[in-house]
Ligand binder design. Structure first.
Ligand SMILES: Cc1cc2nc3c(=O)[nH]c(=O)nc-3n(C[C@H](O)[C@H](O)[C@H](O)COP(=O)(O)OP(=O)(O)OC[C@H]3O[C@@H](n4cnc5c(N)ncnc54)[C@H](O)[C@@H]3O)c2cc1C
Length: 304
């Protein structure tokens, strides 16, 4: 099916959804690189996502579900298919005693602040992670000894035929930056979390402390996708990169951050090719130097 026909079908399936053509992915990712996606649809309800995913799957139209784009690098050639962006229209957050139920498009920061307002502890680690709830569960996002695995009780997901399924915590197969949502190509719609009653001032102090640590250690003044590489067992990616003398190394507008060697930043005019070339250069150099191949934490989308 061509782009115009797909656009028309999507409009019939969800007339109240936002549907965009030729969307520059640099505007939807924190790395701020990447070419155009053929189409982007921003669903406004769970039932519309169900219909959209069922349609895209049965017609074999390539699609990718994204949240805030904070762990993604799109190639300069863009994406031939449909981006399903789960964002603001699906970002309701409800609190029942020590339970929070958040839709997949809610930002982690917003959910962590809601926990704070209700004096609930357990999500302080997440307040500085710039992702959505859906992206956080998909990645089992974590920081400072916290991870989503510790707070999720269940999620409402869609399989790629459009069927709703509920996964309990232990059915997610959570591990370091991994969940079953990746393996089974599920779409996360809603996340139910259990927190603990705490003291508001202590929760606020902990959040402030962790966010100050981030500001001190991370190059938050430049576009990036956070840590490019996963932490290898028993060591740190940033340290391995630094040990090779790669701190500050540039290819085009991409640079190994001189503040944190685990980050590659866009210094202003980087292309995706610059970023990807620098990633490969760092992987090869670290491998030659240490025998350790750095696995990607970020997802690179598109290209051949
Ligand atoms: C400055 C900075 C700091 C960061 N710090 C941390 C950190 O401390 N810890 C950490 O773990 N990460 C960190 N990250 C990375 C990133 O924020 C997390 O991985 C986050 O969980 C990604 O969420 P997202 O909504 O942006 O997902 P996206 O980048 O949009 O997508 C990431 C992956 O999740 C999938 N996905 C997204 N939403 C859904 C959904 N609803 N259903 C199914 N699949 C979905 C996408 O297909 C993609 O494969 C950081 C990033 C930046 C830029």
């Amino acid at each position: 099916m061509n782009k115009i026909d797909t656009y028309n079908e999507l409009e019939i399936i969800c007339s109240s959804c936002t549907i965009l053509k030729d969307v520059p992915m640099k505007e939807h990712t924190t790395m701020k690189v990447g070419g155009k996606a053929d189409l982007m649809i921003i669903p406004d309800s769970i039932s519309s996502i169900q219909k959209i995913i069922a349609f895209l799957s049965t017609t074999n139209i390539p699609y990718l579900v994204i949240g805030n784009g904070s762990n993604l690098i799109f190639h300069d050639t863009g994406y031939n298919g449909v981006i399903v962006k789960i964002g603001t229209p699906l970002s309701d957050i409800e609190v029942f005693d020590d339970i929070i139920i958040a839709e997949a498009g809610a930002s982690l920061a917003h959910v962590a602040n809601t926990a704070l307002e209700h004096s609930l502890t357990g999500l302080e680690f997440a307040s500085g992670i710039p992702g959505s709830m859906g992206g956080a569960v998909y990645m089992n996002a974590g920081a400072y000894d916290g991870e989503m695995k510790q707070v999720v009780i269940e999620t409402l997901c869609l399989d790629n035929e459009g069927n709703l399924i509920t996964l309990k915590n232990d059915e997610h197969n959570f591990s370091y930056r991994h969940s079953r949502i990746q393996d089974d190509n599920l779409t996360c719609l809603q996340v139910k979390m259990k927190l603990e009653k705490g003291e508001k001032h202590k929760i606020q102090t902990r959040m402030n402390e962790l966010n100050a640590r981030r500001r001190k250690k991370q190059p938050l003044n430049y576009p990036s996708a956070g840590s490019i590489f996963k932490r290898p067992p028993g060591t740190y990616a940033g340290m391995l990169v630094d040990n090779c003398g790669l701190r500050g190394t540039k290819i085009g507008g991409a640079q190994v951050s001189d503040k944190h060697c685990g980050f590659i930043v866009n210094t202003g005019n980087a292309t995706a090719e610059d970023i990807i070339s620098l990633i490969k250069y760092v992987q090869e150099t670290v491998y030659k130097n240490s025998g350790i191949w750095l696995e990607l934490e970020v997802k690179i989308i598109g290209g051949c």
